[in-house]
Ligand binder design. Structure first.
Ligand code: GCV
Length: 720
């Protein structure tokens, strides 16, 4: 028998050895985040067993580029996750294979198959079926792109250890438009980009090495995104110079294998600035001819070009108003040039006057979008899409859904969501935006007193529009992990998944993303999903509760607290806080009348203090600080409590994350830990700035006595 001492020593070595192995394993698995949710990390032997019956070979039914890409992706994913190299066989030998092809190709190969269903646009079908008597796994679709999406869906299931037994799954995208915009400048900087410089441009040219652009297209395709606008909506006219189009076509070449269409933002004054005309009046025939020639030239270089995005008469951009013309005149002249090629124009509804008179209480920037576009309903050509930000102001931490979604019946529309966290912490604060986007997409506009959620309006389902959908402002950059923070990538993933199916829950989306990005350790999944799901609410709590908007420095970085910068200027992001109360009166009865832009049932909901939700109260109503919320608290006490609770919750994220120290690779663990520590300290800065500001203004102390001592006496003169 071994002595107790030697057993103890042996145990000690065993423990040390195990610890060392753990460290080595974790170190070996260190990751940059570059693979995002496409890590395809090796499954455990136990999980891999689920796929023992997966065919060992694959055939592809044609050699078009997207189908080839699909097959290569399949081989890559299976090799990495299951350690098996699929045999690539000829299509003449499809027995016991994973068969990739479109429905017509499959019908030609195996007429005995019952393929009754026709799949719309980019939809796909995963199905086990017998070909020539032997079991196969079919990945089929109407289009090559659909087949690629089917492959990504299959690989995602394997990565999440989902069973494929007797699979028979059909998926259709909710809408044809699922695009991202990048606000990249040609010099390589990105407007509101927080993940490094442009992956497309450097020093005024397209980058020589477009590896990242190709990897980006792969990421986009993996969640069903089919278009990408590569340059800033504040567009440099030079993008349309002949020499530049040739350069841009190289980006289209790396997008093409992934089924991602390239599109460009254009400046309305281009016919004059680079075309040498003395006008850019959209109704001038010479201008129409100029657009036609430019568009023909683009299609010569890029036959699958997607179209243009236009920002005009907005924030200093020139537009049709220069000639007394309408957005419809401007959009249509370009749309007509694109039409023969199948291209579309996204005309942004973000048109407003940023020199509004602050003293005039009836002025309201929120009204601009509807006022400018509703009267033009029906005046836009069929290949024009009005791109509408989710809320009427500008990507604030909480806004109601834009009333324009319900205001266009005879015009195509798309919702613009912001993946890059301009007003929501710039990727330095954790803020998972899917729950916010879902609130907007699910919001029922009650058009004609029927159920008309925003997701149906933008997808073109409500009014049977030919085209419509979803646009996300992504702004990924050269940082290895794309957005600057590994956790922020959940927003890009979530945007893609919602654009594909807005009925997915936030819980389902974040569960998928976490499994794919961090693996299936239950503690990891539980912790990260919980943190992500609460993060928007936490951020809102310490930056701008009750619908007041993000109380940030709107004249500068849109990041630090700066509640006073919203007021007394023409930008119109006002909250009208004074010594008595706070909030914008947007009622029909006494305010700006903004609420009148909604359908009657929604008007009723927001007009009345009794039915208006607390979380949007200050967006719609000006109330005294002592006003009692539905929760039973006064507005002022809610503001104090919310900022303190929010800062506490931000601090608690650190402890939650620390639970994962031995469960997540060290690189990402430390990167995220530092970010959370920084966020917690910034949340305190936010808390103290806003609480002191509102205390000085209102003179009403916090009932819990938390900050008066540090705040000094309240202000006296009324600013209004
Ligand atoms: C690209 C906000 C942003 C601007 C952005 C603009 C827009 O105002 O701060 O950077 O410009 O929105 O969406 O056009």
């Amino acid at each position: 028998m071994r002595s107790t001492r030697s057993i103890k020593t042996a145990l000690r070595f065993a423990v040390l050895g195990a610890a060392l192995l753990c460290v080595l394993a974790v170190t070996a698995a260190a990751e940059t985040g570059a693979e995002a949710w496409l890590r395809y990390s090796a499954l455990s032997p136990q999980a891999a067993k689920t796929y023992q019956r997966l065919p060992h070979k694959t055939v592809v039914l044609d050699d078009f580029v997207v189908l080839k890409t699909a097959q290569q992706e399949l081989v890559r994913g299976v090799a990495q996750m299951l350690g098996e190299t699929l045999l690539v066989a000829e299509k003449s030998a499809p027995e016991n294979a994973i068969v990739l092809g479109t429905l017509p190709q499959l019908r030609a190969l195996a007429p005995e198959l019952h393929l009754p269903r026709d799949l719309r646009s980019d939809g796909y079908w995963l199905k086990t079926a017998k070909i020539r008597g032997s079991e196969c796994l079919l990945i089929t679709a109407s289009t090559d792109r659909g087949v690629l999406y089917g492959v990504f869906a299959l690989l995602s299931k394997i990565a999440r250890a989902e069973s494929l037994a007797a699979i028979d799954e059909e998926q259709q995208p909710y809408a044809p438009i699922r695009w991202v915009n990048q606000w990249d400048n040609l010099d390589g900087r990105i407007e509101r980009g927080y993940g490094g410089p442009s992956i497309f441009f450097a020093d005024g040219n397209v980058r020589g090495d477009l590896t990242r652009a190709s990897e980006y297209a792969r990421l986009l395709a993996s969640v069903g995104i089919n278009g990408c606008t590569i340059n800033n909506v504040n567009a440099a006219p030079g993008i349309l110079e002949d020499s530049f189009i040739a350069q841009v076509s190289r980006i289209a070449d790396v997008f093409r294998p992934w089924g991602v269409q390239l599109s460009l933002s254009v400046d309305m004054s281009s016919p004059k600035v680079i075309g040498g005309l003395d006008t850019f009046d959209p109704l001038d025939p010479r201008v129409a001819e100029w657009w036609r020639k430019i568009v023909d030239e683009i299609y010569r270089h890029i036959p699958d070009f997607g179209g243009f995005v236009v920002k005009a008469d907005s924030e200093g951009r020139l537009g049709p108003s220069t000639y007394g013309r309408t957005p419809a005149d401007a959009a249509n002249v370009i749309a007509r040039a694109l039409k023969p090629h199948g291209g579309v124009v996204f005309y942004r509804a973000f048109v407003y006057n940023h020199h509004l008179d602050w003293h005039e209480l009836k002025n309201d920037r929120a009204k601009a979008v509807y006022d400018n576009f509703h009267p033009l309903d029906g005046a836009f050509d069929d290949n024009v899409i009005i791109q509408i930000k989710n809320g009427p102001i500008d990507f604030q931490v909480r806004e109601p859904a834009s009333p324009l979604f319900a205001g266009l019946r005879r015009t195509n529309e798309a919702i613009e969501l912001q993946v890059t966290q301009e007003y929501t912490g710039q990727q330095r604060h954790l803020c998972f935006l899917v729950p916010m986007w879902k609130e907007v997409l699910d919001f029922d506009m009650r058009v004609d007193a029927n159920a008309t959620p925003v997701k149906d309006l933008v997808a073109g389902r409500t009014f049977h529009r030919p085209v419509g959908g979803f646009v996300g402002v992504a702004n990924v950059g050269m940082d290895a992990n794309w957005l600057g923070s590994p956790l922020a990538m959940a927003n890009l993933y979530g945007f893609g998944r919602l654009a594909w199916d807005p009925n997915l829950s936030a819980e389902k989306i974040i569960d998928e993303w976490t499994h794919l990005t961090f693996g299936s350790d239950p503690l990891v999944v539980k912790t990260i999903t919980a943190m992500q799901l609460t993060s928007w609410h936490v951020y809102e709590s310490y930056t701008g509760p009750l619908g007041a908007g993000t109380l940030t420095n709107i004249l500068g970085n849109h990041y630090d607290p700066g509640p006073e910068s919203s007021e007394e200027n023409g930008w119109g992001q006002w909250h009208r806080a004074d010594h008595q109360g706070i909030g914008m009166d947007r009622t029909i009865a006494t305010g700006t009348g903004y609420i009148g832009q909604y359908p009657p049932e929604v008007q009723k909901l927001y007009e009345s203090l009794a039915s208006c939700a607390d979380n949007l109260l200050l967006f719609f109503h000006h109330v005294p600080y002592t006003y009692v919320l539905h929760s039973g608290k006064t507005v002022i006490q809610h503001v104090y409590d919310s900022h303190y609770d929010g800062a506490d919750q931000a601090r608690d994220f650190i402890a939650q994350w620390q639970l994962l120290e031995r469960h997540v690779d060290q690189d990402r663990y430390h990167d995220i830990l530092q970010r959370l520590q920084y966020q917690a300290s910034q949340a305190i800065v936010w808390r103290d700035t806003i609480c002191k500001w509102i205390y000085r203004l209102s003179g009403i102390p916090d009932q819990k006595g938390r900050m008066q001592a540090a705040s000094g006496p309240p202000d006296t003169p009324d600013r209004h």
